[in-house]
Ligand binder design. Structure first.
Ligand SMILES: Cc1cc2nc3c(=O)[nH]c(=O)nc-3n(C[C@H](O)[C@H](O)[C@H](O)COP(=O)(O)OP(=O)(O)OC[C@H]3O[C@@H](n4cnc5c(N)ncnc54)[C@H](O)[C@@H]3O)c2cc1C
Length: 283
C-alpha cells in the first residue's frame, strides 16, 4: 500500500532536527533507516503529518571513544556497528547481538538508534544495551538529557523519549577484556527473537569476577537477569556452576504468549539459552 501523504524535512544538524520536530507538532515522526517505520506507514498503521529524516545529520553517525566510554551515534547502521574495531574490542556483546539482526540488506539501512527508539521487546539490541549499563543521550527543545538504559525502556514500544525529543547517541561503558555471547532462538533464519540471552563475563583464572546478563522478549521491556548474575559472581567458571546460575534465568519474568509459545515454554527457553550463552561466553 501507499502511505498517507506527509511533509518531508531533511535537517543537517541535531539542532535543526529538534526545531523541525517542534514546529511539525506531535503528529510528526523521526525516520532513521526506515526498516521498522516504513512497513508501518505502508500498512497505514500510522499516518504522521511530517517525517523528519535524520539520514543527512553527520554528527549522529559513527563510533568514537571518550575515556572509558564508547559513544555510538544513533544513525550508525547495524552494518557499521558490526565492523567497528572499537565495538569489537570494548563492547563485544553489542557486536555479537548485532550479528544476529535480520539480513545484510536490513543491517545496511537499519540503525542502532532506530532499533533502540523503536523498543520492540523482540529486538536484539535492547538487552545488550541494558546489560552493558549504557546511557542514552536525548535532545529536545529544552536541551540534552541523559537517561540510563534501565530507565529508558518503559513498556512495549514505549521509551522515555518525549514526542519532541530524538535519540542522539548511546554511551557504552567499555567492557574491555570481557567475553560475550548472544544466544538467539527463532523459528526461521533472519527473524526476530522468540527469546534471546545477552551474556558478558569477566573471568580471572577459573573464577567469574563479573557477569552481566539480560533477556530479550521475556517481558514488555528487556529484563536484567540479576539472580543469574548474583549466582555467578565469585563462582568457579565450570559447567556445573553455570548451569546452577542459569536455573534462575526466568525468575521475575513475564514473557508474552503468542503462536510461538506460552509463558512456561519461554521460561524454559530462557533457562536453556542462558546456560548456552554463558558456556559460550566463558569459553
Ligand atoms: C524483515 C525485518 C527483519 C528484522 N529482523 C530483526 C531482528 O532479527 N532483530 C532486530 O533487532 N531487529 C530486526 N528488524 C528491525 C531492524 O533492526 C530495524 O533496523 C530497527 O528496528 C529500526 O531501525 P531503523 O533505523 O530502520 O528505524 P526506523 O524504522 O526509521 O524508525 C523506527 C522507530 O524509531 C523512531 N526513531 C528512529 N530513530 C530515532 C531517533 N534517533 N530518535 C528518536 N526516534 C527515532 C522512529 O520514529 C520510528 O518510530 C527487522 C526489520 C525487518 C524489516
Amino acid at each position: 500500500m501507499i502511505p498517507s501523504s506527509f511533509d518531508y524535512v531533511r535537517p543537517s544538524t541535531v539542532d535543526e532536527a529538534v526545531q523541525a520536530l517542534a514546529s511539525a507538532g506531535e503528529d510528526a515522526k523521526i525516520i532513521a533507516g526506515g526498516q521498522s517505520l516504513l512497513p508501518v506507514l505502508r500498512m497505514r498503521l500510522a499516518a504522521p503529518t511530517a517525517l523528519i529524516d535524520l539520514g543527512r545529520v553527520p554528527e549522529l553517525r559513527g563510533v568514537r571513544e571518550e575515556g572509558g566510554t564508547l559513544i555510538v551515534g544513533s544513525m550508525t547502521t547495524h552494518y557499521e556497528v558490526q565492523g567497528d574495531h572499537l565495538i569489537a574490542e570494548h563492547a563485544a556483546l553489542l557486536k555479537a547481538a548485532t550479528d544476529t539482526v535480520a539480513d545484510p540488506q536490513i543491517r545496511h539501512r537499519g540503525t542502532f538508534g532506530g532499533a533502540i527508539a523503536h523498543a520492540d521487546p523482540a529486538g536484539d539490541l535492547l538487552a545488550p544495551v541494558l546489560a552493558l549499563g549504557c546511557e542514552l543521550v536525548l535532545a529536545g527543545p529544552g536541551g540534552r538529557r541523559t537517561v540510563a538504559a534501565a530507565d529508558f525502556f518503559r513498556d512495549l514500544f514505549t521509551t522515555a523519549l518525549a514526542p519532541d525529543e530524538l535519540l542522539v547517541e548511546v554511551r557504552v561503558p567499555k567492557h574491555t577484556g570481557w567475553r560475550a555471547h548472544y544466544e538467539k532462538f527463532n523459528r526461521v533464519a533472519q527473524a526476530w527473537s522468540m527469546v534471546a540471552v545477552a551474556a558478558t563475563v569477566r573471568t580471572e583464572g577459573d573464577v567469574v569476577e563479573e557477569a552481566r546478563v539480560a533477556l530479550t522478549n521475556m517481558g514488555s521491556t528487556p529484563v536484567r537477569a540479576s539472580a543469574v548474575e548474583a549466582a555467578l559472581v565469585g563462582a568457579p567458571a565450570t559447567a556445573e556452576s553455570i548451569q546452577a546460575a542459569a536455573a534462575h534465568a526466568a525468575e521475575g519474568t513475564h514473557p508474552p504468549v503468542d503462536g510461538n509459545g506460552d509463558v512456561e515454554y519461554r521460561q524454559h527457553l530462557a533457562r536453556v539459552l542462558t546456560g548456552r550463552a554463558l558456556m559460550a561466553a566463558v569459553g
